[in-house]
Unconditional design. Structure first.
Length: 650
């Protein structure tokens, strides 16, 4: 046979064989009786049927499956001989049928389901170890390998040279690693985090050991659990795209995702439902920096612009401020003390808080006197809904470590965006600064900062929320026009003792008195901030106090912090299950969250009664003097109003 005919015959044979190549699970039946062979083969056939067609086609080999002795805790493993081994101690229950009803004590329920899951798990490992190519490239590689084996001395044609140089696996896909919980480390040029912090609501903690086990465990559930796409929608979407296929038994999902509102109103039910369909836009929400050491670089958040029920998605939804939510990665401080050293060493848990927009606006603009910029992200509809879904998943699963430098709000927000918005623009981007993150998003055309160009229009449309510092300064200017006060800055005025400010009340006309009232409210907020900080410090310093009032107040404060953790780690409300809560878990979740919230309300009421026992005498006196100032100003304004003014009280 000449060389040309040899090539033609080899190519013909390869074309014929490749069209039917597929994974085969072959039972090693040595030593098995007829009933054992039948039960084993039925299990293998069922496992093969559950696998995606693309996986079976790409893993075109015969995999031997055999029973052998192994430790009782092990159900099976992929052996060194490139086959799969199952624990022989489980064979009797499989062959007599009792495995179908026997509880396994594991997540899949029965012993038989665990054996089925074990087969899928080990096949997933074999698939992950194989070279995974796009279809055309893989067919070319198969052709080249077989030609080389059949033609021997003839060698490979030029088109085949170098075909074996690259290796692609499922468990080192950058996007899968982002979803799985091994995101890029900041400033490390693509290196990944060593520890998976998606600790809560896991189907099997073995998945957290490394990316290979994560892939194998999640393929078990993707293929065998009809609720997987509802519990882990982002991963289900990834596997569907990878295999171009979906399991036929997937169940329909309920609309919306459960979340816990971490707002400070303990009188409301914290459990809410977040429906991606009602989210019109997602904004990058930046709180500007101030001089506090923990806030000097600003704070990164995401704002969900949610439409009111019944309103079609559109620009008018930006006016539904009472519906909007804020996603904020924050350090959960459960020890009553915010330490700079602990913040540098990661002693605080990092969690994704869901907060009402109104509270965030008040917290930053009125209390901390920081402006907020709300910059829309430029996302396609599918990307926006993927981001909302991913945020819900993180709310239920993530419990990381907060570092003020290496894993702060900006880093966490960027990791969330990377894992949800699949775009190369974010893969090579790093930022540890909130304002730097915004600059990077704008530079990559992922955010539209032009909405801030016209300050007046930005305020009107809710793209900017100004600090009340400017309003306070304007009121202070009114005072300086009408009263001969010495201070030039509003901060200097507010820093005075309450008694020093009170001496000007009697000389104030109606307009000046109204300005004084607004400024006294601001001064009281400042005192409350100081009181809050002193509560932490005083309580820590007086843990052993024998003062009954001090002990009772301190105990209430400690219990509030201890019991409020569920608002940022809602998984602790549920036993069992994994991923996003499903319909069958809602009743338990509603009852547990309501009970916890009522407990917080009782503790808060107790603390309101006892809290002043925790304050130092000087601060307590100043706080009471500020409250007396407000009463005096209101009385003065009423007197002026009766005397002929017409100004409404602030």
């Amino acid at each position: 046979m000449n060389r040309g005919r040899a090539w033609l015959l080899a190519l013909t044979l390869l074309a014929s064989s490749c069209s039917h190549a597929e994974l085969r699970l072959g039972l090693d039946a040595e030593g098995l009786n007829g009933q054992q062979r039948l039960a084993s083969q039925t299990l293998l056939d069922e496992a093969l049927e559950a696998l995606p067609p693309r996986l079976r086609q790409q893993l075109d080999r015969r995999v031997r499956v055999r029973w052998r002795d192994m430790p009782s805790r092990v159900y099976g493993r992929a052996g060194r001989f490139s086959g799969i081994e199952l624990n022989a101690a489980l064979l009797p229950a499989l062959s007599d049928g009792s495995a179908a009803s026997a509880a396994s004590g594991r997540a899949h329920g029965t012993l038989r389901r665990e054996l089925l899951a074990t087969l899928v798990h080990e096949v997933a490992h074999l698939y992950d170890r194989a070279r995974l190519w796009p279809a055309a490239e893989r067919r070319q590689l198969q052709r080249c390998r077989r030609l080389a084996a059949s033609l021997g001395p003839i060698g490979q044609p030029d088109a085949c040279r170098g075909q074996d140089a690259r290796r692609f696996t499922l468990s080192d896909d950058p996007y899968l690693l982002d979803l799985a919980g091994w995101p890029q480390r900041v400033g490390s040029r693509g290196r990944r985090e060593h520890v998976n912090a998606q600790l809560a609501r896991s189907p099997d903690v073995y998945e957290l050991s490394n990316p290979r086990e994560f892939v194998a465990v999640n393929l078990e559930y993707f293929l065998l659990d009809p609720s997987y796409a509802c519990r882990r929608p982002s991963l289900a979407r990834y596997f569907r795209a990878h295999f171009a296929w979906a399991p036929p038994l997937s169940q329909p999902c309920v609309d919306g995702y459960a979340y816990l509102n971490a707002g400070r109103d303990f009188a409301r039910q914290p459990l809410g439902r977040l429906d991606p369909e009602r989210v019109y836009q997602v904004d990058y929400l930046l709180a500007e920096a101030n001089q506090d050491w923990a806030s000097r670089w600003g704070h990164s958040m995401l704002r969900l612009v949610i439409c009111a029920p019944g309103r079609p998605r559109g620009p008018d939804c930006r006016l539904d401020l009472d519906q909007h939510l804020v996603l904020s990665y924050r350090a959960f401080v459960g020890d009553l003390q915010l330490s700079s050293w602990d913040g540098l060493t990661g002693a605080y848990p990092s969690r994704l808080f869901v907060l009402p927009l109104a509270q965030v606006i008040e917290e930053y603009t009125k209390v901390e006197l920081r402006s907020l910029a709300s910059v829309p992200l430029k996302l396609e509809r599918a990307q926006l809904e993927a981001l909302v879904t991913r945020a819900a998943e993180q709310h239920w699963s993530y419990d990381g470590d907060y570092y003020f430098i290496a894993n702060n709000c900006a880093v966490e927000t960027l990791k969330l965006l990377r894992s949800a918005v699949q775009t190369p623009a974010l893969q090579g981007f790093d930022s540890i600064l909130p304002n730097g993150l915004l600059d990077g998003l704008v530079a990559r055309e992922l955010a539209d900062r032009s909405v801030l160009d016209d300050p007046r229009e930005a305020l009107r449309l809710g793209y900017r929320f100004d600090s009340f510092r400017e309003r306070y300064q304007a009121m202070f200017a009114v005072l300086r026009e009408r009263l001969p006060i010495a201070q030039r800055r509003v901060e200097d005025w507010l820093a005075q003792p309450a008694q020093a400010r009170r001496r000007w009340f009697a000389e104030a006309d109606l307009r000046a008195a109204a300005a004084l009232l607004l400024l006294e409210q601001a001064a009281l907020r400042r005192q409350l901030l100081l009181a809050q900080d002193q509560l932490k410090q005083r309580y820590l310093g007086d843990l052993g106090s024998t003062n009954p009032g001090l002990h009772k107040a301190g105990d209430a404060l400690q219990q509030i912090l201890a019991n409020s953790g569920f608002l940022s780690r809602p998984a602790e409300l549920l036993d069992g299950g994994y991923g996003l809560p499903q319909a069958g878990e809602w009743q338990r979740l509603e009852a547990e969250s309501q009970a916890r919230q009522q407990q917080l309300r009782r503790l808060s009421d107790d603390l309101d009664l006892e809290v002043r026992a925790l304050l130092a005498p000087a601060l307590l006196a100043e706080l009471e003097a500020g409250e007396a100032n407000l009463l005096a100003l209101r009385a003065h304004l009423r007197a002026l109003h009766r005397a002929g003014g017409g100004l409404q009280l602030p």
